[in-house]
Design a protein around this ligand. Structure first.
Ligand code: SF4
Length: 398
């Protein structure tokens, strides 16, 4: 029996419209748009970590912001526990925000320099207290109205109790109790963010996100600004916290090693679309999509024999402004055939790799091509494109 997912993203689209040029305006051409996220579907289970990897500009952060409702989608929907997250408004939306928190890449920019630690971490606690009180007040009003209309002789429904507003002392005590869980000392309540190192600030950001017991935390490059030792400490904390609280993570990163360490599943994104989704072991050990193979082959390894190997994929990166039909990786793919340039590949499971979804027309054929062979045989950027393989035969190797 499969559990229903915590988050279900269905055919999600986000387009950023561009200003019309004078020529487009004069010729009555429609406004063009950047297709940052295009017909993307993905799910996250409760307590799971999904790593989202891909090169810069692939739309990873836009996707994270859409899930957190920091962007409005142009199409598709995001279901959170079965409820359309983008249909919520008012107090319900503020209440929903408790469940989805974000840790941003830049802890300096995301922490208010005028606030002390207890205020930074306590801010979501106070905001949620206010929201809870608004919802309770509404519920009490509704109960009173129902009591006024009740039939003669029927007993009145009891009003839900209204707890007292959180005091400053209570907020400070909750923050004090939370700080050790992210590795910060309890006596730093009255310090400012600038008094902490990069790792300390990111711990603060993590504490702020976890202060309201969310069900999902979106981590947007949480360790990219930190040195390796601190990265390991933060990742260890995240894993420990997940074990104790059951929170789910959507980890957006370039750091494949971090994904290997903390994630349960990996989703690979290329130019606004998912090209491969599967378990960490499946995708990182046996990648199927040519882009995933090239991406993983580009990860530096401590091996003197591979140090001289250069990462090369021929062709240009297509523009995200009104992209043409077909596979977006086709101009760079050494295996592309005519079909790839006209027909969009959809995520599908192939029999040889159950549970692993790949968006490639030739997934069965390219599956066995190991990343190293792709690297060594890929053409230089200026070289002519390799001869395309036939649809039925074994793929060429560039
Ligand atoms: Fe895209 Fe075709 Fe290459 Fe597959 S083989 S990645 S569908 S261009």
């Amino acid at each position: 029996m499969s559990l229903s997912p915590l988050v279900e993203i269905v055919d999600l689209e986000k387009q950023f419209p561009l200003a019309r040029t004078a020529s487009e305006f004069l010729h009555g051409r429609p406004r063009r748009a950047i297709h940052a996220v295009d017909k993307l579907s993905l799910s996250v289970q409760a307590g799971e970590t999904v790593g989202l990897i891909g090169e810069s500009g692939s739309g990873k952060t836009t996707l994270g912001w859409l899930v957190a409702r920091l962007h409005e989608p142009t199409g598709g929907k995001i279901l959170f526990e079965g409820q359309d997250a983008h249909a919520l408004a008012g107090a319900e939306l503020r209440h929903w925000r408790r469940n989805v928190q974000v840790v941003f890449q830049d802890p300096v920019g995301s922490l208010d320099p005028r606030l002390k630690v207890w205020q930074i971490v306590g801010e979501p606690i106070r905001a949620q207290d206010r929201t809870d009180r608004v919802i309770l007040r509404r519920e009490r009003r509704r109960t009173r109205r129902a009591n006024a209309r009740r039939a003669a002789g029927a007993p009145p429904a009891s009003l839900p109790p209204m707890p007292p507003r959180l005091t400053r002392r209570e907020v400070r005590s909750r923050v004090r109790a939370l700080l050790p869980s992210v590795g910060l000392p309890q006596d730093c309540l009255d310090q400012y963010a600038h008094e902490f190192s990069g790792g300390g600030r990111q711990r603060l950001a993590l504490a702020r996100a976890l202060s309201v017991n969310p069900k999902l935390v979106i981590l947007d490059e949480p360790t990219s600004a930190l040195d390796v030792a601190v990265q390991a400490q933060i990742l260890n904390r995240m894993v420990e916290l997940q074990r104790t609280t059951g929170v789910a993570y959507l980890l957006i990163t370039h750091n494949v090693a971090a994904v290997r360490y903390v994630a349960d599943r990996v989703a690979v994104m290329y130019l606004g679309q998912l090209v491969e989704v599967g378990t960490v072991r499946g995708v990182l050990e046996k990648p199927i999509h040519p882009y995933t193979k090239a991406l993983l082959a580009a990860v530096p390894v401590a091996d003197a024999r591979r140090r001289r190997t250069r990462f090369r994929i021929g062709g240009d990166v297509p523009s995200l402004i009104d992209p043409p039909p077909g596979c977006r990786f086709a101009p760079r793919c050494p295996f592309a055939i005519d079909r790839c340039r006209v027909e969009d590949p959809h995520l599908r499971e192939i029999p040889a790799a159950p549970g692993q979804l790949v968006a490639c027309h030739l997934a069965e054929q390219v599956r066995e091509v190991v990343p190293t062979s792709l690297l060594e045989n890929a053409p230089a950027p200026s070289a002519p494109a390799p001869a395309p393989p036939t649809g039925s035969g074994a793929p060429g190797r560039g």
